[in-house]
Ligand binder design. Structure first.
Ligand SMILES: NC(=O)C1=CN([C@@H]2O[C@H](COP(=O)(O)OP(=O)(O)OC[C@H]3O[C@@H](n4cnc5c(N)ncnc54)[C@H](O)[C@@H]3O)[C@@H](O)[C@H]2O)C=CC1
Ligand SMILES: O=C(O)[C@H]1O[C@H](OP(=O)(O)OP(=O)(O)OC[C@H]2O[C@@H](n3ccc(=O)[nH]c3=O)[C@H](O)[C@@H]2O)[C@H](O)[C@@H](O)[C@@H]1O
Length: 444
Protein backbone atom coordinates (compact mmCIF):
# COMPACT_ATOMS: atom_id res chain seq x y z
CA UNK A 1 0.00 0.00 0.00
CA UNK A 2 1.34 3.50 -0.76
CA UNK A 3 1.09 5.68 2.33
CA UNK A 4 1.81 9.42 2.52
CA UNK A 5 2.67 10.95 5.90
CA UNK A 6 2.22 14.71 6.20
CA UNK A 7 4.35 16.22 9.00
CA UNK A 8 7.60 14.58 10.03
CA UNK A 9 7.68 15.21 13.78
CA UNK A 10 7.86 12.42 16.34
CA UNK A 11 4.59 10.83 15.31
CA UNK A 12 4.94 11.25 11.55
CA UNK A 13 8.48 9.96 11.45
CA UNK A 14 8.00 6.98 13.73
CA UNK A 15 4.71 5.93 12.06
CA UNK A 16 6.18 6.37 8.59
CA UNK A 17 9.28 4.37 9.41
CA UNK A 18 7.29 1.61 11.11
CA UNK A 19 4.80 1.28 8.24
CA UNK A 20 7.68 1.00 5.78
CA UNK A 21 9.28 -1.62 8.05
CA UNK A 22 5.99 -3.54 7.73
CA UNK A 23 6.48 -3.56 3.94
CA UNK A 24 4.45 -0.55 2.79
CA UNK A 25 5.67 2.12 0.40
CA UNK A 26 5.89 5.28 2.52
CA UNK A 27 6.59 8.86 1.48
CA UNK A 28 6.96 11.39 4.30
CA UNK A 29 6.57 15.09 3.60
CA UNK A 30 7.56 18.08 5.74
CA UNK A 31 7.91 21.78 4.99
CA UNK A 32 11.24 22.07 6.81
CA UNK A 33 13.82 21.44 4.09
CA UNK A 34 16.74 20.98 6.50
CA UNK A 35 14.93 18.17 8.31
CA UNK A 36 14.12 16.43 5.04
CA UNK A 37 17.72 16.71 3.80
CA UNK A 38 19.01 15.10 7.00
CA UNK A 39 16.47 12.31 6.70
CA UNK A 40 17.28 11.72 3.03
CA UNK A 41 20.88 11.26 4.20
CA UNK A 42 19.67 8.65 6.69
CA UNK A 43 20.08 10.83 9.78
CA UNK A 44 17.35 10.85 12.47
CA UNK A 45 16.56 14.43 13.57
CA UNK A 46 15.45 13.16 17.02
CA UNK A 47 17.08 10.94 19.64
CA UNK A 48 14.85 7.85 19.75
CA UNK A 49 15.89 4.30 20.56
CA UNK A 50 16.05 2.02 17.50
CA UNK A 51 14.87 4.65 15.02
CA UNK A 52 18.10 5.49 13.19
CA UNK A 53 18.86 1.95 11.90
CA UNK A 54 15.25 1.53 10.73
CA UNK A 55 15.45 4.78 8.74
CA UNK A 56 18.68 3.70 7.04
CA UNK A 57 17.45 0.19 6.33
CA UNK A 58 14.11 1.25 4.86
CA UNK A 59 15.73 4.01 2.76
CA UNK A 60 18.16 1.39 1.41
CA UNK A 61 15.31 -1.00 0.63
CA UNK A 62 13.58 1.78 -1.31
CA UNK A 63 10.38 1.52 0.76
CA UNK A 64 10.83 4.86 2.55
CA UNK A 65 11.44 8.32 1.10
CA UNK A 66 11.31 11.93 2.25
CA UNK A 67 10.26 15.04 0.35
CA UNK A 68 9.21 18.66 0.81
CA UNK A 69 6.68 18.32 -2.03
CA UNK A 70 3.21 17.38 -0.77
CA UNK A 71 1.90 16.56 -4.25
CA UNK A 72 4.69 13.99 -4.79
CA UNK A 73 3.83 12.32 -1.51
CA UNK A 74 0.05 12.35 -1.81
CA UNK A 75 -0.48 11.49 -5.49
CA UNK A 76 -1.29 7.81 -5.81
CA UNK A 77 -1.38 7.21 -2.04
CA UNK A 78 -4.23 5.02 -0.77
CA UNK A 79 -3.76 6.40 2.70
CA UNK A 80 -2.67 9.89 3.78
CA UNK A 81 -1.71 10.32 7.42
CA UNK A 82 -1.84 13.80 8.94
CA UNK A 83 0.72 14.07 11.75
CA UNK A 84 1.38 17.82 11.98
CA UNK A 85 1.64 19.64 15.32
CA UNK A 86 -1.33 20.93 17.32
CA UNK A 87 0.44 23.23 19.80
CA UNK A 88 -1.35 25.34 22.41
CA UNK A 89 -2.65 28.80 21.65
CA UNK A 90 -2.08 31.34 24.46
CA UNK A 91 -5.57 30.52 25.88
CA UNK A 92 -4.81 26.78 25.97
CA UNK A 93 -6.92 25.85 22.93
CA UNK A 94 -5.29 23.65 20.29
CA UNK A 95 -3.88 25.63 17.37
CA UNK A 96 -5.41 23.98 14.31
CA UNK A 97 -3.72 26.13 11.67
CA UNK A 98 -1.21 23.39 10.72
CA UNK A 99 -4.03 20.85 10.44
CA UNK A 100 -6.10 23.15 8.24
CA UNK A 101 -3.14 23.94 5.97
CA UNK A 102 -2.29 20.24 5.71
CA UNK A 103 -5.89 19.51 4.65
CA UNK A 104 -5.68 22.21 1.95
CA UNK A 105 -2.32 20.84 0.70
CA UNK A 106 -3.65 17.27 0.61
CA UNK A 107 -6.90 18.18 -1.16
CA UNK A 108 -5.02 19.64 -4.08
CA UNK A 109 -3.13 16.39 -4.73
CA UNK A 110 -5.62 13.56 -4.12
CA UNK A 111 -5.90 11.02 -6.92
CA UNK A 112 -8.40 8.18 -6.69
CA UNK A 113 -10.12 6.92 -3.54
CA UNK A 114 -8.05 7.91 -0.49
CA UNK A 115 -8.47 7.54 3.26
CA UNK A 116 -7.27 10.66 5.05
CA UNK A 117 -6.27 9.62 8.56
CA UNK A 118 -5.55 12.09 11.34
CA UNK A 119 -3.02 10.91 13.92
CA UNK A 120 -2.46 14.38 15.37
CA UNK A 121 -4.27 14.99 18.66
CA UNK A 122 -7.22 17.19 17.68
CA UNK A 123 -10.33 18.57 19.40
CA UNK A 124 -13.66 16.86 18.86
CA UNK A 125 -15.12 17.89 15.51
CA UNK A 126 -11.77 18.52 13.79
CA UNK A 127 -11.93 15.50 11.46
CA UNK A 128 -15.30 16.75 10.25
CA UNK A 129 -13.69 20.12 9.55
CA UNK A 130 -10.88 18.37 7.65
CA UNK A 131 -13.50 16.61 5.55
CA UNK A 132 -15.17 19.95 4.72
CA UNK A 133 -11.86 21.58 3.76
CA UNK A 134 -10.93 18.71 1.44
CA UNK A 135 -14.41 18.27 -0.04
CA UNK A 136 -14.48 21.94 -1.01
CA UNK A 137 -11.28 21.49 -3.05
CA UNK A 138 -11.47 18.10 -4.76
CA UNK A 139 -13.77 15.93 -6.85
CA UNK A 140 -11.84 12.79 -5.92
CA UNK A 141 -13.48 10.22 -3.66
CA UNK A 142 -12.15 10.13 -0.07
CA UNK A 143 -13.06 9.32 3.54
CA UNK A 144 -11.68 10.68 6.80
CA UNK A 145 -10.74 8.72 9.91
CA UNK A 146 -9.39 9.60 13.34
CA UNK A 147 -6.66 7.17 14.40
CA UNK A 148 -5.08 8.81 17.45
CA UNK A 149 -1.51 8.01 18.36
CA UNK A 150 -0.54 6.70 21.82
CA UNK A 151 3.24 6.28 21.49
CA UNK A 152 5.57 7.55 24.21
CA UNK A 153 8.82 9.30 23.44
CA UNK A 154 11.79 7.13 24.35
CA UNK A 155 9.90 3.93 23.49
CA UNK A 156 8.20 5.20 20.34
CA UNK A 157 9.25 2.42 17.95
CA UNK A 158 8.41 -0.31 20.43
CA UNK A 159 5.02 1.31 21.20
CA UNK A 160 4.17 1.66 17.50
CA UNK A 161 5.05 -1.93 16.68
CA UNK A 162 3.30 -3.29 19.82
CA UNK A 163 0.40 -0.95 20.58
CA UNK A 164 -1.96 -1.65 23.51
CA UNK A 165 -4.82 -0.80 21.16
CA UNK A 166 -5.64 0.86 17.87
CA UNK A 167 -8.59 3.23 17.80
CA UNK A 168 -10.25 3.75 14.43
CA UNK A 169 -12.85 6.49 14.38
CA UNK A 170 -14.72 6.65 11.09
CA UNK A 171 -18.19 6.64 9.59
CA UNK A 172 -17.07 4.73 6.48
CA UNK A 173 -17.05 0.93 6.36
CA UNK A 174 -14.66 1.08 3.40
CA UNK A 175 -12.16 3.21 5.35
CA UNK A 176 -12.55 1.05 8.48
CA UNK A 177 -11.81 -2.12 6.46
CA UNK A 178 -8.66 -0.61 4.99
CA UNK A 179 -7.44 0.59 8.39
CA UNK A 180 -8.15 -2.74 10.08
CA UNK A 181 -6.18 -4.44 7.31
CA UNK A 182 -3.27 -2.05 7.95
CA UNK A 183 -3.18 -2.55 11.72
CA UNK A 184 -4.29 -6.14 12.32
CA UNK A 185 -0.70 -7.40 12.28
CA UNK A 186 0.12 -5.14 15.22
CA UNK A 187 -2.61 -5.99 17.73
CA UNK A 188 -5.90 -7.80 18.17
CA UNK A 189 -7.23 -4.85 20.17
CA UNK A 190 -8.72 -2.80 17.36
CA UNK A 191 -11.59 -0.62 18.47
CA UNK A 192 -13.82 0.94 15.82
CA UNK A 193 -15.75 4.01 16.97
CA UNK A 194 -17.48 7.05 15.57
CA UNK A 195 -15.15 9.93 14.71
CA UNK A 196 -15.97 12.14 17.70
CA UNK A 197 -15.47 9.33 20.22
CA UNK A 198 -12.04 8.52 18.76
CA UNK A 199 -11.00 12.16 19.08
CA UNK A 200 -12.21 12.16 22.69
CA UNK A 201 -10.49 8.85 23.57
CA UNK A 202 -7.11 10.46 22.94
CA UNK A 203 -7.73 13.49 25.18
CA UNK A 204 -9.40 11.39 27.88
CA UNK A 205 -6.45 8.96 27.93
CA UNK A 206 -3.82 11.68 28.31
CA UNK A 207 -5.91 13.54 30.88
CA UNK A 208 -6.40 10.37 32.91
CA UNK A 209 -2.67 9.59 32.93
CA UNK A 210 -1.92 13.20 33.93
CA UNK A 211 -4.48 12.85 36.72
CA UNK A 212 -2.72 9.74 38.05
CA UNK A 213 0.58 11.65 38.16
CA UNK A 214 -0.85 14.69 39.95
CA UNK A 215 -2.70 12.38 42.34
CA UNK A 216 0.45 10.53 43.38
CA UNK A 217 2.38 13.79 43.62
CA UNK A 218 -0.17 15.13 46.09
CA UNK A 219 0.01 11.86 48.04
CA UNK A 220 3.82 12.35 48.06
CA UNK A 221 3.43 15.86 49.45
CA UNK A 222 1.22 14.50 52.24
CA UNK A 223 3.69 11.64 52.85
CA UNK A 224 6.38 14.27 53.49
CA UNK A 225 4.22 15.71 56.28
CA UNK A 226 3.01 12.48 57.89
CA UNK A 227 6.23 10.47 57.63
CA UNK A 228 5.13 7.87 55.05
CA UNK A 229 7.07 6.77 51.94
CA UNK A 230 5.26 7.40 48.64
CA UNK A 231 7.21 4.71 46.75
CA UNK A 232 5.95 2.10 49.22
CA UNK A 233 2.46 3.58 49.04
CA UNK A 234 2.45 3.42 45.21
CA UNK A 235 3.84 -0.12 45.28
CA UNK A 236 1.09 -1.20 47.63
CA UNK A 237 -1.63 0.54 45.63
CA UNK A 238 -0.40 -0.79 42.28
CA UNK A 239 -1.21 -4.44 43.04
CA UNK A 240 -4.89 -3.57 42.91
CA UNK A 241 -5.78 -4.38 39.29
CA UNK A 242 -8.37 -1.62 39.30
CA UNK A 243 -5.61 0.92 40.03
CA UNK A 244 -2.57 -0.56 38.23
CA UNK A 245 1.05 0.20 39.03
CA UNK A 246 1.99 2.42 36.08
CA UNK A 247 2.04 6.22 36.18
CA UNK A 248 2.29 6.28 39.96
CA UNK A 249 5.86 7.59 40.12
CA UNK A 250 5.95 10.73 42.23
CA UNK A 251 8.40 13.39 41.08
CA UNK A 252 8.50 16.96 39.86
CA UNK A 253 5.40 16.67 37.69
CA UNK A 254 4.73 15.82 34.08
CA UNK A 255 6.25 17.76 31.19
CA UNK A 256 6.68 17.12 27.49
CA UNK A 257 4.91 18.19 24.35
CA UNK A 258 1.63 16.44 25.11
CA UNK A 259 0.28 16.17 28.68
CA UNK A 260 0.58 19.92 29.40
CA UNK A 261 -0.96 20.93 26.06
CA UNK A 262 -3.63 18.22 25.92
CA UNK A 263 -4.89 18.80 29.47
CA UNK A 264 -5.22 22.52 28.68
CA UNK A 265 -6.94 21.76 25.39
CA UNK A 266 -9.49 19.44 27.04
CA UNK A 267 -10.28 22.08 29.65
CA UNK A 268 -10.95 24.46 26.73
CA UNK A 269 -13.01 21.90 24.79
CA UNK A 270 -15.22 21.44 27.87
CA UNK A 271 -15.34 25.18 28.58
CA UNK A 272 -16.57 25.94 25.08
CA UNK A 273 -19.57 23.74 25.87
CA UNK A 274 -20.08 25.56 29.20
CA UNK A 275 -18.68 22.64 31.18
CA UNK A 276 -16.25 23.51 33.94
CA UNK A 277 -13.78 20.58 34.11
CA UNK A 278 -12.86 21.21 37.76
CA UNK A 279 -10.92 17.98 38.30
CA UNK A 280 -8.62 18.52 35.32
CA UNK A 281 -8.04 22.16 36.26
CA UNK A 282 -6.76 20.96 39.64
CA UNK A 283 -4.55 18.35 37.97
CA UNK A 284 -2.92 21.12 35.95
CA UNK A 285 -2.54 23.40 38.96
CA UNK A 286 -0.97 20.65 41.09
CA UNK A 287 1.42 19.85 38.26
CA UNK A 288 2.43 23.46 37.77
CA UNK A 289 3.32 23.81 41.42
CA UNK A 290 5.02 20.46 41.99
CA UNK A 291 8.24 21.35 40.18
CA UNK A 292 8.81 24.34 42.47
CA UNK A 293 9.23 22.01 45.48
CA UNK A 294 12.81 21.63 44.22
CA UNK A 295 13.35 25.38 44.61
CA UNK A 296 11.54 25.44 47.98
CA UNK A 297 13.80 22.68 49.26
CA UNK A 298 16.87 24.62 48.13
CA UNK A 299 15.47 27.67 49.94
CA UNK A 300 15.31 25.62 53.15
CA UNK A 301 18.94 24.55 52.84
CA UNK A 302 20.75 27.61 51.56
CA UNK A 303 20.49 30.81 53.58
CA UNK A 304 21.73 32.93 50.73
CA UNK A 305 20.76 31.65 47.29
CA UNK A 306 22.34 34.65 45.57
CA UNK A 307 25.88 33.42 46.05
CA UNK A 308 25.07 29.77 45.40
CA UNK A 309 26.25 27.53 42.58
CA UNK A 310 23.63 24.86 41.83
CA UNK A 311 24.26 21.76 39.71
CA UNK A 312 21.44 20.35 37.57
CA UNK A 313 21.40 16.79 36.25
CA UNK A 314 18.80 16.20 33.54
CA UNK A 315 17.21 18.73 31.18
CA UNK A 316 14.87 16.60 29.04
CA UNK A 317 11.27 16.11 30.26
CA UNK A 318 11.94 12.39 30.73
CA UNK A 319 14.84 9.98 30.10
CA UNK A 320 15.69 8.47 26.69
CA UNK A 321 14.69 11.56 24.73
CA UNK A 322 16.32 14.85 23.77
CA UNK A 323 12.92 16.58 23.85
CA UNK A 324 12.87 19.56 26.22
CA UNK A 325 9.39 20.87 25.36
CA UNK A 326 7.72 21.91 28.63
CA UNK A 327 10.43 20.14 30.64
CA UNK A 328 10.25 20.97 34.38
CA UNK A 329 13.94 21.97 34.08
CA UNK A 330 12.93 25.09 32.13
CA UNK A 331 10.92 26.64 34.96
CA UNK A 332 13.16 25.37 37.74
CA UNK A 333 16.29 26.85 36.16
CA UNK A 334 14.46 30.11 35.37
CA UNK A 335 13.41 30.40 39.03
CA UNK A 336 17.00 29.77 40.16
CA UNK A 337 18.43 32.36 37.76
CA UNK A 338 15.87 34.90 39.04
CA UNK A 339 17.31 34.34 42.53
CA UNK A 340 20.79 35.18 41.24
CA UNK A 341 22.05 31.61 41.40
CA UNK A 342 24.82 30.32 39.08
CA UNK A 343 23.65 27.14 37.36
CA UNK A 344 25.81 24.33 35.99
CA UNK A 345 23.84 21.80 33.94
CA UNK A 346 24.40 18.39 32.41
CA UNK A 347 22.20 16.10 30.31
CA UNK A 348 23.42 13.06 28.35
CA UNK A 349 21.63 14.11 25.13
CA UNK A 350 19.34 17.13 25.59
CA UNK A 351 21.79 19.95 26.43
CA UNK A 352 21.99 21.30 22.85
CA UNK A 353 18.21 21.40 22.46
CA UNK A 354 17.86 23.00 25.88
CA UNK A 355 20.46 25.66 25.12
CA UNK A 356 18.71 26.54 21.83
CA UNK A 357 15.20 26.67 23.27
CA UNK A 358 15.99 28.14 26.72
CA UNK A 359 18.02 30.93 25.20
CA UNK A 360 18.94 32.63 28.50
CA UNK A 361 22.40 33.45 29.88
CA UNK A 362 23.55 32.24 33.26
CA UNK A 363 23.73 28.48 32.61
CA UNK A 364 27.06 26.73 32.17
CA UNK A 365 26.51 23.55 30.12
CA UNK A 366 28.88 20.76 31.18
CA UNK A 367 29.95 17.79 29.08
CA UNK A 368 30.18 15.41 32.07
CA UNK A 369 27.90 14.77 35.04
CA UNK A 370 30.83 15.17 37.45
CA UNK A 371 31.61 18.69 36.12
CA UNK A 372 28.05 19.84 36.77
CA UNK A 373 28.29 18.64 40.41
CA UNK A 374 31.84 19.73 41.27
CA UNK A 375 32.14 22.55 43.83
CA UNK A 376 28.37 23.11 43.84
CA UNK A 377 26.39 24.18 46.91
CA UNK A 378 23.72 21.66 45.93
CA UNK A 379 22.91 19.22 43.15
CA UNK A 380 19.37 18.75 41.77
CA UNK A 381 18.37 15.67 39.77
CA UNK A 382 15.53 16.56 37.39
CA UNK A 383 15.52 13.59 34.96
CA UNK A 384 16.04 9.94 35.92
CA UNK A 385 18.62 9.04 33.25
CA UNK A 386 20.10 5.60 34.01
CA UNK A 387 23.58 7.19 33.89
CA UNK A 388 22.75 9.03 37.12
CA UNK A 389 21.44 5.88 38.78
CA UNK A 390 24.87 4.33 38.25
CA UNK A 391 26.68 7.13 40.10
CA UNK A 392 26.76 6.53 43.85
CA UNK A 393 25.64 9.23 46.28
CA UNK A 394 29.04 8.86 48.03
CA UNK A 395 30.72 9.86 44.75
CA UNK A 396 28.37 12.84 44.43
CA UNK A 397 29.19 13.90 47.99
CA UNK A 398 32.89 13.91 47.15
CA UNK A 399 32.27 16.34 44.25
CA UNK A 400 29.99 18.79 46.06
CA UNK A 401 31.17 21.80 48.08
CA UNK A 402 28.19 21.44 50.46
CA UNK A 403 26.46 18.09 51.01
CA UNK A 404 23.03 18.92 49.58
CA UNK A 405 21.31 16.60 47.11
CA UNK A 406 17.76 17.28 45.84
CA UNK A 407 16.48 14.24 43.96
CA UNK A 408 13.34 15.15 42.03
CA UNK A 409 12.95 11.60 40.69
CA UNK A 410 13.59 9.36 43.72
CA UNK A 411 16.49 7.52 42.09
CA UNK A 412 18.50 6.58 45.20
CA UNK A 413 17.79 4.04 47.95
CA UNK A 414 18.14 4.40 51.71
CA UNK A 415 21.06 1.93 51.67
CA UNK A 416 22.98 4.04 49.15
CA UNK A 417 22.35 7.14 51.25
CA UNK A 418 23.33 5.49 54.53
CA UNK A 419 27.01 5.48 53.52
CA UNK A 420 27.04 9.27 53.13
CA UNK A 421 26.61 12.47 55.13
CA UNK A 422 24.42 13.97 52.39
CA UNK A 423 21.34 15.94 53.29
CA UNK A 424 19.00 14.30 50.78
CA UNK A 425 15.62 15.60 49.78
CA UNK A 426 13.65 13.33 47.47
CA UNK A 427 9.89 13.33 46.77
CA UNK A 428 7.51 11.93 49.38
CA UNK A 429 10.20 9.98 51.26
CA UNK A 430 10.89 12.00 54.43
CA UNK A 431 12.57 9.08 56.22
CA UNK A 432 15.60 9.12 53.90
CA UNK A 433 17.71 11.39 56.15
CA UNK A 434 17.50 9.13 59.21
CA UNK A 435 21.26 8.50 59.28
CA UNK A 436 22.02 12.17 59.90
CA UNK A 437 22.75 13.53 63.39
CA UNK A 438 20.83 16.79 62.91
CA UNK A 439 17.17 16.65 61.82
CA UNK A 440 16.62 18.36 58.46
CA UNK A 441 13.85 20.95 57.99
CA UNK A 442 10.70 19.98 56.10
CA UNK A 443 8.42 22.06 53.87
CA UNK A 444 5.73 23.78 55.90
N1 LIG B 1 5.31 13.72 20.33
C1 LIG B 1 4.64 12.68 20.75
O1 LIG B 1 5.18 11.85 21.45
C2 LIG B 1 3.19 12.47 20.39
C3 LIG B 1 2.48 13.45 19.69
N2 LIG B 1 1.15 13.25 19.41
C4 LIG B 1 0.42 14.25 18.64
O2 LIG B 1 0.85 14.17 17.28
C5 LIG B 1 0.91 15.47 16.68
C6 LIG B 1 2.30 15.73 16.16
O3 LIG B 1 3.18 15.80 17.25
P1 LIG B 1 4.77 15.79 17.04
O4 LIG B 1 5.11 14.63 16.19
O5 LIG B 1 5.39 15.94 18.35
O6 LIG B 1 4.89 17.13 16.16
P2 LIG B 1 6.08 18.12 15.86
O7 LIG B 1 5.60 19.46 16.19
O8 LIG B 1 7.35 17.59 16.41
O9 LIG B 1 6.21 17.98 14.26
C7 LIG B 1 5.21 18.37 13.37
C8 LIG B 1 5.85 18.52 11.99
O10 LIG B 1 4.83 18.84 11.03
C9 LIG B 1 5.41 19.70 10.06
N3 LIG B 1 4.32 20.39 9.33
C10 LIG B 1 3.46 21.32 9.79
N4 LIG B 1 2.59 21.66 8.84
C11 LIG B 1 2.89 20.92 7.73
C12 LIG B 1 2.34 20.80 6.44
N5 LIG B 1 1.27 21.50 6.04
N6 LIG B 1 2.93 19.95 5.57
C13 LIG B 1 4.00 19.22 5.91
N7 LIG B 1 4.55 19.28 7.15
C14 LIG B 1 4.01 20.11 8.05
C15 LIG B 1 6.30 20.61 10.87
O11 LIG B 1 7.27 21.23 10.05
C16 LIG B 1 6.89 19.62 11.88
O12 LIG B 1 8.12 19.08 11.41
C17 LIG B 1 0.43 16.43 17.76
O13 LIG B 1 -0.95 16.64 17.62
C18 LIG B 1 0.70 15.68 19.06
O14 LIG B 1 -0.16 16.08 20.10
C19 LIG B 1 0.48 12.11 19.76
C20 LIG B 1 1.15 11.11 20.43
C21 LIG B 1 2.56 11.21 20.78
O1 LIG C 1 0.07 12.19 23.49
C1 LIG C 1 1.27 12.05 23.61
O2 LIG C 1 2.11 12.75 23.07
C2 LIG C 1 1.84 10.97 24.48
O3 LIG C 1 1.96 11.51 25.82
C3 LIG C 1 2.53 10.62 26.77
O4 LIG C 1 3.83 10.21 26.36
P1 LIG C 1 5.16 11.07 26.64
O5 LIG C 1 4.79 12.50 26.85
O6 LIG C 1 6.11 10.72 25.57
O7 LIG C 1 5.81 10.52 27.98
P2 LIG C 1 5.28 9.81 29.33
O8 LIG C 1 6.11 8.63 29.56
O9 LIG C 1 3.83 9.66 29.36
O10 LIG C 1 5.71 10.92 30.41
C4 LIG C 1 5.13 12.21 30.43
C5 LIG C 1 5.59 12.96 31.66
O11 LIG C 1 5.04 12.39 32.85
C6 LIG C 1 6.06 12.16 33.81
N1 LIG C 1 5.68 10.96 34.59
C7 LIG C 1 5.29 9.81 33.96
C8 LIG C 1 4.92 8.70 34.70
C9 LIG C 1 4.94 8.76 36.12
O12 LIG C 1 4.60 7.79 36.83
N2 LIG C 1 5.33 9.92 36.71
C10 LIG C 1 5.71 11.03 35.98
O13 LIG C 1 6.05 12.07 36.57
C11 LIG C 1 7.33 11.96 32.98
O14 LIG C 1 8.46 12.26 33.76
C12 LIG C 1 7.11 12.96 31.87
O15 LIG C 1 7.52 14.25 32.25
C13 LIG C 1 1.64 9.36 26.85
O16 LIG C 1 2.21 8.43 27.76
C14 LIG C 1 1.50 8.72 25.46
O17 LIG C 1 0.62 7.61 25.53
C15 LIG C 1 0.94 9.75 24.49
O18 LIG C 1 0.87 9.23 23.19
Amino acid sequence: MKIAVVGVGYVGLVSGVCFSELGHQVVCVDKVAEKIERLQAGEAPIYELGLQPLIVDNLDQGRLSFTTNTADAVQGAELVIIAVGTPSLPNGQANLSYIEQAAVDIAESLSGYTVVVTKSTVPVGTNEKIREIIAARTREEFDVASVPEFLREGTAVMDTMNPDRIIIGTDSVRAADKLVQLHERLTANIVITDIRSAEMIKYASNAFLATKISFINEIANICEKVGADVTQVAHGMGFDKRIGSSFLKAGIGYGGSCFPKDTQALIQIAGQMDYDFKLLKSVVEVNRDQRFNVVRKLDLLLENMEDAVIGIWGLSFKPETDDVRDAPAVEIISALLERGVRVKAYDPVAADNFRKQFGKDGVEYCSEAADAARECDALCILTEWSEFQHISPAQIESWLKRPYLIDGRNIYTEEQLAETGLVYYSVGRPGMNQGLREPVPTLS
